[in-house]
Ligand binder design. Structure first.
Ligand SMILES: Cc1cc2nc3c(=O)[nH]c(=O)nc-3n(C[C@H](O)[C@H](O)[C@H](O)COP(=O)(O)O)c2cc1C
Length: 179
């Protein structure tokens, strides 16, 4: 069976650059994997260990089962205030404990700023480490995307950018099959 790559945007804003990259990636077909977007980040409550147990919030239970069913994870996130967006950090806090354990992860860094959103990605690397995911260096790529290239439908139409996204997904799925 083809590996399932789960795609996660760091911004919960529809039409954001990271959301557009994730939605575009989900439309790119491959013989080697299936790619799907996770789109419930906005539904997750703030991480609270007191909520663990039989009455886990439904969105958290769905997150964990969706992540447990995935073979690898591809992130695309902006940098907010010098770090990972709070919504994505919150998602990853809920994901610590098993559903990402020992599975490959990568990211597509779309920053156009000279700083390259380095602090967000350093922070992503750190937090991924806590989830037990295996960050795959070759699947952590920089693909600058200008906000103007997001179409009104919230997708990326530029052929080169789409090809670069497809290549990053292939690299990630190859890491699944090599395990
Ligand atoms: C509140 C706020 C804080 C931001 N902080 C940073 C930052 O620290 N570093 C950076 O490179 N860009 C920063 N930006 C710019 C965003 O990363 C940039 O607009 C990005 O394209 C947003 O991505 P999105 O379209 O996926 O939401 C910030 C934007 C906002 C609104």
């Amino acid at each position: 069976m083809s590996p399932l790559l789960l795609l996660i945007a760091g911004s919960i804003r529809h039409g954001s650059v990271s959301d557009a990259v994730v939605r575009t990636a989900a439309t790119l077909t491959s013989e080697n994997h299936v790619a799907r977007a996770y789109d419930e980040t906005h539904l997750l409550p703030h991480f609270n260990p007191a909520l663990e147990g039989p009455h886990l919030p439904a969105a958290v239970a769905r997150l964990r089962s969706t992540f447990a069913g995935a073979d690898a994870f591809m992130f695309c996130t902006p940098e907010y205030a010098g770090a990972l967006p709070g919504a994505l950090k919150n998602l990853l806090e809920w994901a610590i404990g098993g559903c990402m354990y020992q599975k490959p992860a990568g990211w597509i860094n779309t920053a156009t700023a000279p700083t390259g959103a380095a602090r967000a990605h350093d922070s992503l690397r750190t937090v991924l480490n806590y989830t037990g995911a295996l960050t795959v260096p070759d699947a952590c790529v920089r693909i600058p995307v200008d906000r103007a290239s997001v179409t009104p439908a919230g997708l990326i139409s530029d052929g080169t950018t789409r090809a670069d996204i497809a290549k990053a997904l292939e690299t990630l799925s190859a890491a699944v099959t090599k395990r």
